[in-house]
Design a binder for this molecule. Structure first.
Ligand code: COA
Length: 159
């Protein structure tokens, strides 16, 4: 019998599984981004450091990690990154559930906002965050690129 997917806090010893999931999820984006996502270079060590300093939440079925979101307190809010859902587990509301948990975490910490950075090339991801109540507050550009490559989105929690 397969265990039901359950939300749980990520621990530093989840880091290797998190790195494998992040790399496989970001390898299966709707569009191949230019430049390639730095998520493809995540390792157990880099994510162990992120989880230890910030934290995050995962969705697991038994021992199998299906989805995750990492966060860090930054710029007066909870920055959310590396949102990753196993390609075989998409379209089941996991991303939505993880962002809802990030919102609860920000409220527990009395932070007034969530923020994320999304590639402008990824229209589906922009639509996902818009549907979750985020709005664009700025654009950013990767070094060496002539035009913006990223949208900075936030969700206010104090409105
Ligand atoms: C983007 C991603 C996290 C979405 O995960 P998911 O669990 O399939 O998303 P959900 O099932 O929670 O979908 C939430 C909503 O967003 C919509 N959505 C999700 N991905 C979408 C896409 N690529 N295009 C259009 N809409 C999308 C869903 O239709 C759903 O809308 P609904 O609730 O009105 O039906 C997943 O596709 C992924 O891991 N992608 C690769 C890594 C990545 O790009 N991460 C985000 C970086 S900003």
């Amino acid at each position: 019998m397969t265990a039901d997917p359950t939300l749980r806090t990520l621990r530093p010893d989840d880091a290797e599984a998190c790195a494998a999931l992040v790399r496989s999820a970001f390898s299966a984006q709707d569009v191949v981004t230019d430049p390639p996502s730095s998520a493809l270079r995540e390792t157990g060590d880099s994510l162990r450091a992120w989880i230890a300093a910030g934290g995050g939440v995962g969705i697991a079925a038994g021992d199998r990690l299906l989805a995750l979101l990492l966060w860090a307190e930054r710029d007066g809010g909870l920055y959310c990154g590396r949102l990753a859902v196993d390609p075989a587990a998409r379209g089941r509301g996991f991303a939505r559930a993880l962002v809802a948990e990030a919102e609860r975490e920000a409220r527990r910490r009395s932070l007034p906002r969530l923020h994320v950075r999304v590639r402008l090339q990824l229209a589906g991801n922009l639509a996902l965050f818009a549907s979750l109540g985020f709005r664009e507050i700025a654009r950013d550009v990767h070094a060496g690129y002539p035009e913006p490559t990223l949208a900075v989105l936030e969700k206010r929690l104090d409105g």
